[in-house]
Design a protein around this ligand. Sequence first.
Ligand code: FES
Length: 106
Amino acid sequence: MPKVFFTQPDGTVVAMDGRPGDSVMQTAVRNGVNGIVAQCGGVLSCATCHVLLAEDESDRYPPVSDAEDEMLDCTATDREPTSRLSCQLVLAEGADVHVTVPPEQL
Ligand code: FES
């Protein structure tokens, strides 16, 4: 079972068990992780699931799609090179994920 490590803006790290096939966003919402709002439920229309993905893990996921790219321009905290929408990061068996939650989502 993959683990998802969420680093909060204050440096606190929380680790949650993820289910393969679920997204990082679904894992956060199911476990009540602070800072992942996910207003749209994962249909790429809110950008409130913004995270910074660990740089060395980015090649595990498909590149940012045009739709995700457009929404990443609408994040409350400025977009960074490692920014992703966590609803687009799908967990795989045995692959832990490390993300940082930005200071603002709304
Ligand atoms: Fe809305 Fe990810 S949950 S874009």
